[in-house]
Design a protein around this ligand. Structure first.
Ligand SMILES: [Cu+2]
Length: 165
């Protein structure tokens, strides 16, 4: 009981002010860094016209601060672009995006793209094969399919990068 009363003492005025200054400094630093991060995260999305889930995914990225440009291709050209990018036909989804040196195929959540850009693994990029219901851009009420985000390696092999249930 007595120990509880001694540990709940609040810091006095001067200490609190120093703490506030520190927080303000950190906020200024973050504000300076944010535009640079957003500029680095520009995305080119290749799709076919009329793909509404592709555009819904682009909105998901824009909402997180990514700048997304859209390149409409004929279906045959898009399939060719996927293969040229190193995405096997068996893993193909709808849109194919370029983010820096990486390829992002399908409805990959922003969270995993940010992790990819932070961890910078030696790989082609990330893939969510097919178009699982409940993935970003594939929302359908409360329905959610379990799906995996795959890291596509340069040798064409994949490993599970994240799993969504
Ligand atoms: Cu789609």
């Amino acid at each position: 009981m007595t120990t509880t009363t001694t540990t709940t003492r609040r810091p006095h005025g001067i200490a609190a002010t120093a703490g506030m200054k520190r927080i303000v400094h950190l906020l200024v630093l973050f504000a300076a860094l944010l535009p640079a991060a957003a500029m680095a995260a520009s995305v080119e999305m290749m799709t076919t016209s009329g793909c509404s889930c592709c555009h819904a995914w682009a909105r998901h990225l824009r909402a997180a601060g990514f700048e997304v440009t859209v390149k409409d291709l004929a279906m045959g050209q898009l399939m060719r672009a996927k293969l040229d990018a190193g995405v096997p036909a068996t893993l193909a989804a709808c849109h194919t995006a370029r983010i820096g040196e990486y390829i992002v195929e399908g409805h990959v959540p922003v969270r995993e793209i940010e992790r990819l850009l932070a961890e910078k693994p030696d790989a082609i990029g990330l893939v969510v094969p097919g178009m699982p219901i409940g993935s970003p851009g594939m929302e359908s009420g409360d329905r959610r399919e379990t799906y995996e985000v795959l890291l596509l390696k340069r040798d064409g092999k994949t490993e599970v990068f994240a799993r969504y249930e």
